[in-house]
Write a protein that binds this ligand. Structure first.
Ligand code: SF4
Length: 623
């Protein structure tokens, strides 16, 4: 059946090596089967995968896909997915960007933008509906990401949407970001470095088209129910005031606040970096992604002191925790400054602060000497940490080692593996999983590495306590790993569901209204689950196996050192049981962790099954 809305059925292809620009058709069957966003990105990545195509190879295809609800009258519909092979992990990855950049791409009449090749000089892509140009960005070499956005807007107009990289992306820092709207990022897995490897400084878009919707009245009616629910929610007030910053106190209370490189899970000075401090002393405004009533962006300004004048859209919980308690920082003004510095340099706040924490602990314990590090940096050392951010971006001194991410750092200093919090090469997000085996399993099995994006089951697990057995825990992680990526496929924000418990069935209704084809939530969850099997199949072709599905060693080996949760660590035997049950539920081989042939066939991915098993044909015990 052909959808009567939701898609333009075409993708914009730009080859930067040949300057060839073309419109490629997308079939109706493809559009619905892969839904959009990360679903499309995963399939395009699968189709493009060949031996030798690593992250920085010109043929590493970068897909920017907003999703079929993006840009519509739907809460938080400004989300878009960047997908490709990641320089941080060497595996499939996607990173989700808020703001309005993806919406503008849709309004220009494109369902997705695919970029391959490498431009002969630093360039940017300029899209104005059908008109597409590759322009020189030589004058922007070395410019910060937010400065680049400002400069391009001066040339093209304030109404243009720009996504840009900073010097870190140009210099191949494997956790470089792509920034838009001066503060929203495709933050994780190194998408900015992939743009940099293509000599692509930015993408600028102006779109003027209406978006295709089959049943506008039905969409409006369902969306109004959604907006009305959100706007009358009792938590909306605190959400507007603090956004995700309110999580600091909760994390500190229940024991997952990263502290001193995840050695501890409770920070005695948490009240100096929490949401109340942010709201009372730094916040000067709110910002929001397209069509979002939740406005979670805390625009902050440092008004006095050493970091006076620094300002940013943020910080949110992750950045405040990782640059705060995790590095022994008690001054919120530094956190604002570090946030702005990361946005301008174009580096991920989570990965950079995680790796700096490892470095500080390594120096403190004598695992590497100050001479080897080239500088002495310690907990709470604001100047030293700020200097390190600049060294990472320009790849000088020890910054060059950190710029290579966990994988690069551990190849230089393998003795740090015990204290490095990473999975598959991606640094762990700001949630200590020693209080939550579900979270440990979520990190271990996340397709892009130790990222909370795919599953965040901590609060539910803590709420259920000892009443929950293995099956319930695994089912919770599996449900999260289907519903959360589904939001990234549709092009909408997951926070209305996570934070304010909006009925997720509404999104199936809205997708049905847009496409004109009835979909239940379960239909869409099945598609999301199939995409998870697809991204796992990509990773399997790139060598990922069961051994790669474990939370970081510290989770199991190092008890929390001090504070109310001292002595707690995760139990490996229980984790093994969870992992086996997880594989069984997913239909993945117990020994290898590779999706079984019949699982992929059930997903409707027959051709994927055939190709995967042809390539893996020599492996015994798989199939
Ligand atoms: Fe953007 Fe925050 Fe709204 Fe989500 S909740 S769409 S991240 S403003």
């Amino acid at each position: 059946m052909k959808a009567r809305g939701g898609y333009f059925y075409r993708v914009l292809d730009v080859d930067l090596s040949t300057s060839r620009i073309r419109s490629s058709p997308v079939s109706d069957e493809f559009a619905l089967k892969y839904v959009g966003g990360r679903g499309w990105g995963a399939r395009f990545t699968w189709d493009n995968l060949r031996p030798g195509i690593s992250a920085f190879h010109p043929d590493n295809l970068l897909t920017i896909a907003p999703g079929p609800l993006n840009g519509l009258y739907v809460p938080g519909s400004g989300k878009t997915s960047f997908s490709c092979i990641s320089p941080a992990t060497g595996l499939y990855a996607d990173s989700n960007m808020g703001g309005s950049f993806g919406t503008e791409l849709r309004q220009a009449g494109w369902d997705a933008l695919r970029i391959r090749g490498r431009a002969h000089e630093l360039s940017y892509i300029w899209i104005e509906d059908e008109s597409v140009e590759i322009r020189s960005a030589a004058h922007l070499r070395g410019a910060g990401a937010t400065t680049t956005e400002t400069e391009i807007k001066k040339d093209l107009g304030e109404d243009v949407r720009v996504a840009a990289i900073g010097p870190a992306g140009e210099n191949g820092v494997v956790f470089a970001t792509v920034n838009t709207d001066w503060g929203r990022n495709a933050g994780r897995t190194g998408m900015g470095a992939v743009l940099g490897s293509k000599n692509l400084k930015a993408i600028a878009i102006r779109g003027t088209k209406d978006l295709p919707v089959c049943d506008v009245d039905r969409l409006t009616s369902v969306a109004e129910r959604a907006y009305s629910y959100l706007n009358s929610h009792t938590l909306m007030g605190i959400w507007h005031r603090q956004g995700l910053m309110s999580v600091i106190d909760y994390a500190n209370t229940v024991g997952f606040l990263p502290t001193y490189n995840f050695r501890d899970a409770h920070f005695d000075d948490a009240e100096k970096i929490n949401g109340d401090i942010m709201e009372g002393e730094y916040k000067i405004g709110n910002s929001a992604c397209f069509a979002c009533p939740m406005c979670c962006g805390n625009v902050c300004l440092v008004k006095s002191g050493r970091w006076a004048g620094y300002a940013c859209e943020g910080p949110e919980y992750e950045t405040a925790a990782m640059f705060g308690s995790n590095l022994g920082i008690t001054d919120f003004s530094f956190i604002v400054a570090a946030n702005q510095k990361c946005d301008e340099l174009g580096i991920d706040t989570i990965s950079s602060s995680n790796l700096i924490g490892v470095l500080i602990e390594a120096i403190e314990k004598g695992m590497i000497g100050p001479n080897e590090a080239g500088l002495d940096v310690s907990w709470g050392d604001e100047e030293g940490i700020m200097k390190l951010l600049e060294m990472i971006a320009d790849r000088s001194g020890v910054g060059d080692i950190l710029a290579q991410g966990s994988k690069g750092m551990l190849s230089k200093w393998p003795q740090l593996s015990r204290i490095t919090l990473q999975v598959k090469g991606l640094e762990q997000s700001a949630y200590d999983s020693r209080v939550s085996l579900c979270m440990a399993l979520a990190y271990g099995t996340c397709d892009v590495g130790a990222h909370h994006n795919r599953a965040w089951p901590i609060s539910k697990e803590l709420e259920m306590g000892k009443d929950w057995g293995v099956e319930e825990k695994v089912d919770l992680v599996l449900y999260h790993q289907s519903i959360r990526p589904l939001f990234d496929m549709l092009g909408v924000c997951r926070l209305p569901w996570i934070e304010l418990a909006i009925d997720e069935n509404l999104y199936a209704e809205m997708y049905s209204a847009v496409t004109g084809i009835e979909h239940t939530l379960q239909d869409l969850l099945d598609r999301s689950k199939a995409i998870y099997d697809l991204t796992r199949s990509i990773s399997a072709r790139l060598g990922v196996r069961r051994k790669d599905d474990y939370a970081p060693p510290r989770t199991f080996e190092d008890p929390i050192e001090t504070g109310p949760f001292a002595g707690r660590k995760a139990d490996m035997a229980t984790y093994e049981t969870l992992l086996e049950t997880y594989y069984q539920r997913r239909g993945w081989d117990l020994e290898t962790g590779i999706p079984k042939r019949e699982t992929l066939i059930k997903d409707g991915l027959e051709d994927v099954a055939e190709q995967l098993y042809r390539e893996l044909g020599s492996l015994a015990g798989v199939g």
